[in-house]
Design a protein around this ligand. Structure first.
Ligand SMILES: Nc1ncnc2c1ncn2[C@@H]1O[C@H](COP(=O)(O)OP(=O)(O)OP(=O)(O)O)[C@@H](O)[C@H]1O
Length: 235
């Protein structure tokens, strides 16, 4: 479904991505692990067209994404939910969600149907529909951010650190919902520092260090891998 071949990325002369080769299969829930500054967000932004790779190719289904504008990448079915939520705090929850539907603005009926599906995933957002997004708790705001991405009807949803700054119980619910989104048919690529929780729901995992993918494998095997446990899980 998604394939990165020999991708490099630079900020000026600094090489932030070094020869990335990565595959995400249709239906998978793939996790990208890595410490702060490893390059996860840079990789996501490269896939979504915000950053141009300096070498290599990004392919999705039968399309070459590199060189496309971010809006074209979204139209192709790849949607990113960026780190830090980036909501419009003064706008209502409903209006924030509907921003994600912009790419399908001519299909009003489809958007209504999709909105209902999103509200089924996040019932609390229906209750809060007319409140300003900025008045919601951190966990609820993260739901709005994911819901907005889902309104774009991704076939591949990229989630950048959705658990960041959330309380443990909220994190647990968040991971359950991500698994649910995946089981309902959306392929997911998830960047996380919360390695244990992410590996538990994932099908496959990559580990990133200093702009390179240094390890990959079945997520259950990764959970049992001594090196991964020491570096990313502790205990
Ligand atoms: N706009 C930028 N200009 C220059 N260097 C940058 C820029 N953005 C990121 N970097 C550098 O690129 C490297 C990768 O950063 P990136 O944000 O992709 O890492 P990350 O794994 O997503 O970490 P985090 O979880 O902190 O976001 C880091 O060394 C970072 O300092």
């Amino acid at each position: 479904m998604l394939q990165l071949k020999n991708v490099d990325g630079h900020y000026g002369s600094f090489k932030a991505l070094n020869n990335i080769n990565m595959t995400v299969d249709t239906g998978g829930l793939v996790v990208l692990l890595g410490a702060n500054g490893a390059g996860k967000s840079t990789l996501f932004n490269t896939i979504s067209g915000l950053i141009k790779p300096t070498a290599g190719s990004v392919e999705f289904e039968d399309k070459i994404l590199n060189g496309m504008r971010p809006s074209e990448v979204v139209n192709s079915g790849v949607v990113q939910c960026a780190e830090g939520r980036q909501l419009f705090p003064q706008m209502s929850v409903h209006d924030n969600l509907m921003l994600g539907a912009y790419v399908h603005r001519r299909d009003k009926e489809g958007n209504r149907k999709r909105l209902n599906e999103v509200l089924e995933l996040f019932p609390i957002l229906e209750e809060k529909s007319h409140q300003p997004a900025g008045s919601l708790s951190g966990g609820q705001q993260q739901m709005v951010a994911i819901g907005r991405a889902m309104m774009s009807r991704p076939r591949l949803l990229m989630l950048d650190e959705p658990s960041l700054g959330l309380a443990p119980l909220v994190v647990k619910q968040m991971f359950q919902t991500i698994q649910q989104i995946n089981s309902l048919g959306t392929t997911v690529l998830l960047a996380e520092q919360n390695a244990f929780a992410a590996l538990k729901i994932a099908t496959y995992a990559y580990v990133m260090e200093n702009g390179q993918l240094v390890m990959d494998g079945d997520s259950k095997a990764m959970l049992g891998n001594e090196e991964v446990r020491k570096a990313y899980i502790g205990a």
